[in-house]
Design a protein. Structure first.
Lengths: 113, 112
């Protein structure tokens, strides 16, 4: 069964550093998403991406965050200057149809120290 | 905006007991409803889904029925196993919408 692949599985970074989280969505999917789960809390929507542009973003997704699809396969989330409160599990997802049939990756656990 | 309310956990059951995890939602239009499961140390896996009123989603012995009149999508299983121990998330996508809105998750612990 097709999978969404995320790398790395775990990243530790110093506060103030930039991090890039990488995702390879399912190849025929057109819609891409990032979600975040702070330890022990609910899964929160960050951003959706379609046709090479952001289609929707939450209030969490401020200027320190950006997303990119640099080539035909990768989808990245960049956090420019990490804060302690950015420590969370970040999930990438993709879907073939808008709002339906999501497949999630296994997540990247980001720890900011 | 859209929202999901699900019962607080943790829920602790003995093996072979019946499970119900309550979930209610608010969403615009004709939403689609989902249950996701997160096993320890793993990502989110779709457990089951329903896209219109009175649809019943089912998978691995779990069931949930889309009840529009009560805006509910309760998760049920007749006989739980230790391997069902996980966190269960109810989620909704509003009709025509683009994003999943999750509940807070309910941790299930099943003991022998």
């Amino acid at each position: 069964e097709p999978e969404v692949t995320q790398t790395p599985s775990h990243q530790v970074t110093q506060m103030g550093q930039e991090v890039i989280l990488r995702c390879v969505p399912i190849s025929n999917h057109l819609y891409f998403y990032w979600y975040r789960q702070i330890l022990g809390q609910k899964v929160e929507f960050l951003v959706s991406f379609y046709n090479n542009e952001i289609s929707e973003k939450s209030e969490i997704f401020d200027d320190q965050f950006s997303v990119e699809r640099p080539d035909g396969s990768n989808f990245t989330l960049k956090i420019r200057s990490t804060k302690l409160e950015d420590s969370a599990m970040y999930f990438c997802a993709s879907s073939e149809v808008q709002g339906y049939g999501y497949t999630f990756g296994s997540g990247t656990r980001l720890t900011v120290v | 905006g859209d929202s999901v309310t699900q019962m607080e956990g943790p829920v602790t059951l003995s093996e072979e007991a019946c499970l119900t995890i309550n979930c209610t939602y608010t969403a615009t239009g004709y939403p689609s409803l989902f249950w996701y499961v997160q096993y320890p140390g793993e990502g989110l896996q779709l457990l089951l889904k329903a896209t219109k009123a009175d649809d019943k989603g089912s998978n691995k012995g779990f069931e949930a029925t889309y009840r529009k009149e009560t805006t509910s999508f309760h998760l049920e299983k007749g006989s739980v196993q230790v391997s069902d121990s996980a966190v269960y998330f109810c989620a909704v996508v509003a009709g025509g919408g683009n994003k999943l809105t999750f509940g807070t998750g309910t941790q299930l612990k099943v003991e022998l």
